[in-house]
Design a binder for this molecule. Structure first.
Ligand SMILES: C[S@@+](CC[C@H](N)C(=O)[O-])C[C@H]1O[C@@H](n2cnc3c(N)ncnc32)[C@H](O)[C@@H]1O
Length: 251
């Protein structure tokens, strides 16, 4: 799929699909229909690099957090052609006309489903959606929702235990706490905790137990966490802190 992407200044094209790149504003859109996509070329290139190294990864069950306009749902679906792709977002809105046409014209109503008004922090609701929609464990989770520490951690602690061994959990845009524009006083996120602390905990847990997390790939744009064989006795009370052994701070 990656080799068939066509990049133009403000858009990504894939076969007959048009993705407008939201981070590259332009006014050439009058009368056109498109997905709005919140990904830059450089992150898609990084995904290409990653998945070229994992060509044997063929996820059948995908759960995505953060829909926005559904552009990334189409992107991931076209990349992997899973049996099922479920996505959630806390906005009170509906699927766009372009998204609906994409689903209808390709007969994807049984394969792709969106849950609006669903907060990634609502652990019970996430579990309910997974148990309603999937009969097998998840192969791939992509969190591109709040990018805040607490909600990102809530989703990770809920969904990571539901990922099967060798399945992947991706956290996008985790690193903004290290970007000058985002930590400047005037930025609305300057007083909010970024996911860095969660990524640190994931690394500490990988160091503590080899069977919970078998691999971590960190790039500036995303982190990919590979699930190991560890049996989590009660997935509903998974707390990453319980999987970390660390010495008290030594100064
Ligand atoms: C960056 S956009 C997602 C973009 C989409 N994945 C893409 O690549 O085009 C982030 C989305 O996450 C949603 N979001 C933010 N906080 C959330 C939360 N706590 N729970 C669920 N969705 C949330 C926003 O409403 C927004 O639509």
């Amino acid at each position: 799929m990656f080799s068939k992407l066509i990049w133009q200044t403000d858009r990504m094209l894939y076969e007959d699909l048009i993705f407008r790149l939201e981070q590259v504003p332009s006014d050439n859109w009058y009368g056109q229909a498109f997905f709005r996509l919140f990904k830059r070329k450089r992150i898609v290139d990084k995904y290409q690099e990653f998945f070229l190294r994992h060509e044997d990864f063929h996820p059948k069950n995908i759960f995505e957090l953060g829909i926005f306009d559904g552009g990334s749902i189409a992107f991931w679906f076209e990349l992997f052609k899973p049996n099922k792709h479920i996505a959630i977002d806390y906005l009170d809105r509906q699927d766009s006309r372009y998204f609906e046409e994409y689903i209808q014209s390709r007969g994807l109503t049984d394969k792709i489903k969106t849950y609006w008004k669903t907060n990634q922090s609502d652990k019970d609701n996430l579990r309910k959606i997974v148990s309603t929609e999937f009969t097998d464990p998840l192969d791939l989770v992509i969190d591109d929702a709040s990018h805040m520490y607490l909600p990102t951690r809530a989703s990770f602690e809920t969904l990571f235990p539901l990922v099967k061994p060798r399945g992947l959990y991706i956290i996008e845009d985790w690193a903004w706490g290290h970007w000058p524009a985002y930590i400047a006083d005037e930025h609305p996120w300057s007083k909010i905790e970024s996911p860095t602390n969660l990524i640190t905990k994931i690394i500490e847990a990988a160091g503590t137990s080899v069977s919970l997390i078998t691999n971590i790939t960190i790039t500036k744009g995303f982190v990919v966490v590979e699930r190991g064989e560890e049996i989590i006795p009660d997935p509903t009370s998974f707390d990453i802190d319980n999987y970390i052994i660390k010495r008290p701070n030594i100064i």
